[in-house]
Design a protein around this ligand. Structure first.
Ligand code: DHE
Length: 527
């Protein structure tokens, strides 16, 4: 039963435009653009923001929807999304309307949306005053051996005791976290970034989210400075970097990201470089890497080499947090750093080789012949026969490349069952673990002997389900692996015997992050 309101809407179920479309699909194409917008405003805007920038629900822009196929988006609109507040619209919208809505949300906005300091500041929330919270852990477990496990399936995170291997706490996160959460140097706080730009500060002692802010509309990741004072956030949308005060997440500085020739750029990722007291910023659309010192004195000494920002002609910004531009001859997409942070190894966009940039002199010093698409962000390093080496999985080819870090030559290509995403080890284990994230063998995980560079075991803990992303406890005694499925699990192995000792059910667990390993920037883990 429908009743018409004075504005022409049918109260209860269908808006008028939808009704007309329903009756006269022949004219659908003409009406489509305008009616899709009306449908959106009618059914979606309250939760997703009238400009599609996201509110209680996620942003619905092509940049934010990249990993969701259109067919899946249509299904979410029709059926809703479990474990979220997204309701089913299948009984209110017909197929054509759903298709229109899908096309609409995958259409780029006419203008880059504004998300500057004003909007960022408005989004700022303090949930708890830290002064009112105890500064001792409220649990009986080693705070340095805790893990945060991100559960993508229902947008939660679990805090796990790394000694007793039991969950201590589970809490709701922002929608679609991405990248590794980053700890404060003492491990008390952890900072999360969501794809929609929400940055959350969580108190690991009191199990409370204490502050949040939306630093971008489509965010890549964040980094925390070694002195614990700053959080830097890198965005795709808008093209910006936002420096936050780590205490309460208030913005301190906003950077419009533009190359030396004025071209603006998305930020691929930001990293903390502890020995350099700086952030390294990878740019997507200009051939530059930025280094931003967070020292109070803007003349940092870089391993004996004084980089005086005042006289650097390539400098982008001379205020606080000065930007040093390192000019490259190619676009670099994915990064690995050596342990002293003297070298950055990036994958060139042409997919033909890796490039080694010396951060002290600020230029390319070598090329590494790396085929396919090495996933350098997942690279790890160790000492092999007295030589420092690093190894990286490959997103396109079934191989792990092991590279000599003295002469940048490939020592070995280890053949795997398929392309891999994540690789991990620990100083106290002889093994490096790599998943087979893509293809028919995505349920397999290889264990490589770091002394022989041979695969010594291939595990298939949950046949048919993706097994991926390993992390070790602080002592390297246990290896924790995700079964990347809604009906998934965290599997804990004895890292020496390579035998399963425990399986904890979880909802699509993705990454897991050990406080000690992360805050000590161990060579076997991501930084
Ligand atoms: Fe990630 C880390 C980029 C898709 C899960 N991912 C990172 C980092 C970068 C990156 C630059 C390092 C930042 C950090 O940890 O601070 N990821 C990209 C992409 O460019 C890519 C290929 C496309 C995209 O849509 O962004 C991509 N990533 C994915 C996924 O599809 C994954 C599997 C599921 C998801 O969460 O979206 C995924 N990425 C992860 C995880 C980490 C990560 C779990 C942290 C790894 C770690 O152990 O530190």
């Amino acid at each position: 039963m429908f009743t018409f309101s004075p504005s022409g809407n049918i109260s209860g179920f269908f808006p008028l435009a939808a009704f007309i479309l329903f009756l006269a699909p022949v004219h659908a194409e003409n009406v489509a653009g305008a009616s899709a917008d009306r449908l959106f405003q009618q059914h979606c805007a309250a939760c997703h923001n009238p400009g599609r920038l996201g509110a209680m629900g996620p942003a619905l822009l092509p940049e934010n929807l990249k990993r969701l196929r259109k067919a899946k988006a249509a299904k979410v609109i029709a059926d809703g999304r479990v474990a979220t507040q997204m309701p089913a619209f299948g009984d209110k919208l017909n197929k054509l309307q759903i298709t229109q809505l899908v096309d609409y949300i995958y259409t780029p906005l006419d203008k880059v949306p504004v998300w500057g300091l004003e909007e960022i500041n408005k989004s700022h929330v303090i949930h708890f005053d830290l002064r009112a919270l105890p500064d001792r852990p409220r649990f009986d477990a080693d705070p340095q051996n805790l893990f945060v496990v991100v559960e993508l399936g229902d947008h939660h995170a679990t805090i796990l005791d790394g000694d007793r291997l039991v969950p201590l706490h589970r809490f709701k996160t922002r929608f679609a976290l991405h990248g590794g959460p980053k700890y404060s140097p003492d491990g008390r706080f952890v900072y999360f970034a969501s794809r929609d730009g929400w940055i959350s500060k969580f108190d690991m002692y009191n199990f409370k989210t204490v502050a949040e802010i939306r630093a971008g509309i489509n965010t890549r990741n964040l980094a925390v400075s070694s002195d614990g004072r700053y959080v830097l956030v890198g965005n795709y949308l808008p093209h910006s970097l936002v420096m936050l005060d780590a205490r309460d997440l208030k913005p301190i500085k906003y950077f419009h990201v533009t190359g030396r020739n004025g071209k603006s750029s998305r930020v691929s990722a930001v990293y903390n470089a502890p020995p350099r007291n700086s952030f390294i910023v990878a740019l997507k659309d200009v051939t530059e890497v930025w280094e931003i010192s967070y020292l109070d004195n803007p003349e940092p000494v870089y391993n004996g080499y004084v980089h005086d920002y005042r006289y650097d002609e390539a400098m982008a910004d001379r205020g606080p947090f000065p930007v040093r531009r390192i000019v490259l001859d190619d676009y670099l997409d994915d990064f690995f750093f050596d342990q002293p942070y003297e070298h950055l190894i990036g994958a060139a966009r042409n997919g033909k080789n890796g490039q080694v940039i010396n951060l002290i002199v600020g230029r390319k010093i070598a090329e590494i012949p790396l085929k396919g698409l090495p996933h350098l962000g997942s690279g790890i390093s160790w000492t092999y026969k007295g030589i420092p080496v690093f190894a990286t999985p490959n997103l396109k080819t079934g191989m792990v490349s092991v590279i000599d870090m003295k002469n940048w030559k490939v020592i070995k290509q280890i053949k795997t069952l398929g392309p891999g995403f994540f690789m991990r080890s620990h100083d106290n284990t002889n093994y490096a673990w790599v998943d087979v994230f893509f293809g028919p063998d995505r349920d397999a995980v290889h264990v490589i002997d770091k002394n022989t560079l041979e695969i010594v075991k291939t595990l298939r803990p949950a046949p048919g389900k993706t097994a991926a992303h390993v992390e070790f406890d602080r002592y390297g005694k246990y290896a924790l692996l995700s079964i990347w499925d809604m009906d998934g699990a965290l599997i804990i192995y004895d890292a020496k015997a390579l035998k399963e000792i425990k399986r904890l059910p979880m909802k699509k667990p993705s990454g897991k992050y050990n406080v000690y390993n992360k805050t000590h920037y161990l060579s076997g883990t991501s930084h």
